[in-house]
Design a protein around this ligand. Sequence first.
Ligand SMILES: Nc1ncnc2c1ncn2[C@@H]1O[C@H](COP(=O)(O)OP(=O)(O)OP(=O)(O)O)[C@@H](O)[C@H]1O
Length: 225
Amino acid sequence: MLDVCDLVKRFHTPGGETVRAVDGVSLTVRPGELVALYGPSGSGKTTLLKIVAAVIAPDRGHVLLDGRAITGLSERDAASYRLHRLGLVLQSAHMMAGLSAIENAAMKLIAAGIARDEARRRMMPVLERLGLDARADHRASSLSMGELQRLSLAKALSNDPPLLLADEPTGSLDTVRGRRVLRLLRERTRERATATVIATHDPQAARFADTVYTLRDGRLDTAGG
Ligand SMILES: Nc1ncnc2c1ncn2[C@@H]1O[C@H](COP(=O)(O)OP(=O)(O)OP(=O)(O)O)[C@@H](O)[C@H]1O
């Protein structure tokens, strides 16, 4: 379903050094599989997710989703891929502060042409699953970090994407809420035979995964699931 082939991404620092953020990574994610990219800060997890999300381009290698190349897409095709095929949760999730939680969560559906009421109706069960239903009509600006993180996940799941990428989805959550989110991700991935990749340094999150890949200095070591 998702094939990542020999990706390399280097960054050049102002001091003239080269950082090999991703250094020859290959992996495959099958339908129904939850994969965790596990590793310390700076090991390349976010960079790898951003390449798979077509947010940044690799220096070498390619990514295929259901046999179609994600790398090398035009800006327009990359935006369409993110809107229709991808759920993406980055650490720097931006919400519209003046809109309510549910309006933010429904934004991708509305952008895809779904009427507001219908979008709201579809989002409510997702908010319930994430324990956010009581906050649905609160402005995003009044939500806590943990609530914003779950809201970002609700938005990412809203278009029922075949591929979900989530960077530290439990980073701002306590153990119980974190477990609830991980259980939801695992169930959804299996039930709908989608592919989910989470980047994490939380050992609990890694335990929920079918397969764990450990990243160190941009390189992969398969630890098995
Ligand atoms: N835009 C950039 N310019 C320069 N260096 C970068 C850039 N983005 C990432 N890096 C470097 O690439 C390496 C990998 O970073 P990355 O954010 O992918 O790691 P990570 O495992 O996701 O870390 P964290 O868990 O802290 O988010 C780090 O050394 C980082 O400083």
